[in-house]
Design a protein around this ligand. Structure first.
Ligand code: AVI
Length: 307
């Protein structure tokens, strides 16, 4: 699978690309955790601040008892406040959904005190379908999709994804969606090109992972990290720019990749939103936006969308 995706992406006509979901091996996950505490990357702190603010209000929008399913839970750290707040009105069942078994194991340990935890090691929608099958009769389902992961989808895929989540839900269920908002350009660029070079290391680790897992010979020092803003698509793009003409051998993919000097490999898109755009996307997916909380320090929105 990984080998096929790498071969396809690097032989893509025009712009070479690699899928961003492969950033998150153990090293990539550790580097991402470091990104979340960088002073230049305010996104995760804004998400956490908003969750702290909205958690006490959430039960007012939902009929207890509540089952919570979190898409891409990781270790679930941010979710504790929400579970604790919902647990005031009765026992909460929590389905953390993630492809990382180690993150789910930590999550199950840490959340055991505030909910009945059932980890699901799956992709988002497959996991959600499993959680829906496991929901108890009479429970409202609250789906969490935090951290602006929606921004890493192409815009049309994000819209489609919301529609697919909606199709899993029943009236009275809800989706809490976190999305990063458009802010001044310099601030957005610095968040993805920090002076300490953590994001650059995160980006280059994708090549290091290909070396480790697919027996390739990328020389990481021959690639420069680049963050660009595309004003039409309203997204930061991360690229790796080849500093010279080079040929890379990826043995396990039975593929040789040729790069020209200054040619780039596009590794990630991070779309940014206007608050009203999120409400429009929600409406187009047949959700109603019941509430929206916005962080003023780092413009970021948490939207509660009901089915
Ligand atoms: C996971 N995701 C929301 C992050 C983002 O900001 O789009 C991934 C990331 N890439 C570079 N820095 C952070």
């Amino acid at each position: 699978m990984f080998a096929n995706h790498v071969r396809e992406g690097l032989s893509h006509p025009g712009q070479k690309q690699l899928p961003c979901e492969y950033f998150y091996d153990d090293v990539g996950t550790a580097l991402f955790e470091a990104i979340t505490v960088l002073p230049e990357y305010g996104l995760t702190r804004a998400d956490t601040r908003l969750i702290r603010r909205l958690a006490p209000e959430l039960p007012g929008y939902l009929h207890a008892p509540v089952t919570v399913a979190e898409l891409g839970s990781g270790t679930g750290t941010k979710t504790r406040r929400i579970l604790e707040s919902l647990a005031i009105d009765g026992p909460v069942t929590y389905y953390p959904i993630d492809v990382s078994a180690s993150a789910l194991a930590r999550c199950a340990l840490e959340m055991a005190g505030c909910a009945d935890v059932h980890p699901i090691e799956e992709t988002y929608l497959n996991g959600l379908r499993q959680a829906v099958c496991g929901r108890r009769p009479g429970h409202a389902l609250l789906v969490l999709f935090l951290g602006s992961t929606i921004g890493n989808f192409p815009r049309d895929a994000a819209q489609d994804f919301l529609g697919q989540v909606r199709a899993c839900l029943m009236p009275g269920d809800a989706l809490l969606l976190g999305a990063d908002l458009i802010k001044p350009l310099a601030r957005m660029l610095l968040a993805y090109d920090d002076p300490a070079g953590v994001t650059a290391a995160f980006n280059r680790n994708l090549l290091a992972r290909i070396n480790r897992e697919l027996d390739a010979d990328f020389a990481l020092r021959n690639f420069a990290h680049e963050a660009r803003w595309d004003p039409h698509q309203r997204r930061i793009e991360m690229h790796l720019r080849s500093l010279n003409a080079q040929r890379i051998c990826i043995r396990a993919a039975r593929f040789d990749c040729e790069l020209r000097k200054d040619e780039t490999i596009w590794t990630e898109s991070c779309h940014k939103f206007h608050a009203e755009e999120i409400r429009e996307m929600a409406a187009a997916a047949d959700f109603q936006c019941r509430a929206q909380w916005i962080d003023e320090t780092w413009p970021f929105a948490e939207s509660l969308l009901t089915a």
